[in-house]
Design a protein around this ligand. Sequence first.
Ligand code: GTP
Length: 399
Amino acid sequence: MKKIPVTVLSGYLGSGKTTLLNHLLNSDHGFKVAVVVNDMSEVNIDAELIKEGGFTRTDEKLVEMSNGCICCTLREDLLIEIDKLSRIEGIDYILIESSGISEPVPVAQTFTYYDPDLNIDLSERTKLDTMVTVVDANRFWSDYNSGQSLVDRQQGISEQDEREIADLLIDQIEFCNVLILNKCDLLEKNEIEMIERVLRILQPSAKIIKTEHGKVNPEEILNTGLFDFEQASRSAGWIKELELGADQHTPETDEYGISSFVYNRRLPFHSMRFHRWMTERLPYNVVRAKGFAWCATRNSFALLVEQAGSSISIQPLSYWVAALPEEQQRRIFRDNPNVLDSWDPEYGDRNTRLVFIGLDLDREEIEKELDECLLTYEEMNEDWNRLPDPFHWTISYQY
Ligand SMILES: Nc1nc2c(ncn2[C@@H]2O[C@H](COP(=O)(O)OP(=O)(O)OP(=O)(O)O)[C@@H](O)[C@H]2O)c(=O)[nH]1
């Protein structure tokens, strides 16, 4: 049976998803499409716009999903609706417009697993074809650097939805096959080019298309066959940079001063100094920082360090292999011999690898300041548990 291809449109509120969808529906794409439109509000304004705009053909089908978000509260409903659509005779393409606060990863996951409660396996009848993210060129910098959360803007799923706008934007940019840089009519050519370069370094794998009013050739986002979950999960710029290693990263600096580098050290951070640097002294021109850190007071765990705009988090990720009992280490070496490639005789796999992406970055200065956050020779010989610890989380699980 031929699987029905699915394209998902993501992008922050007001970026131009509905405009793009209407443009697609009015284009000569050759498919009999079903459209799912997700709106957070009770009244599905986007669905109304689509009915007014492009939804004129009688052989098309429109499903409205309102009052929730398909990446979380309406995820089950999404499964049910897509399953139903995939059984309608004649439908040969499904287009989904996510809500503006929807994260693309959980939406994509919906197409990959069997739900035993609902007895639905979407992968039997449908195939995720293209993940598209629409970016508002005109508001990109102000949204990214706003320092606001969804709740601050009264756009959250609930009062508890404290996700930062910058984190949402970066999630949408880092997980897609096609990036539509929309509203290019509102900026100068050089401003657009600069955002395009930033998007390129944040997301090196996606095709970037500059548009005005979402006018894109339908072939760029329908039936492209581009989506692959594994590849999409590894397509972010910071991951590529880490994979390349410290010395082989993308060109040093371009004409707009956009650059990236990896900070890689084999000594632990003084947790307090590192935490203070990340939260109080991180240069404002760092657009994205992400990677793993070794902090002395949490010596057993690799910490995941993440920054987007003014949103910064340092959280435990997993045990260092070197912190595990010997028997478990032996098993890991047997199953994943590549762990040994970078094994240090003294510290094992403990190390810090942080990617910095930004504008006019002073690499030397950042490295110097971070080096000052590492333990000194004297501190190395102290009891690390007695050093000050800034982290508030506790670990409740055991190996
Ligand atoms: N100047 C300009 N305005 C645009 C462009 N694309 C869309 N707009 C306008 O931007 C506003 C938001 O566009 P929508 O298509 O509704 O955006 P959306 O992403 O669907 O918004 P939500 O459904 O709220 O998430 C509308 O007033 C559009 O007419 C563009 O390229 N240039």
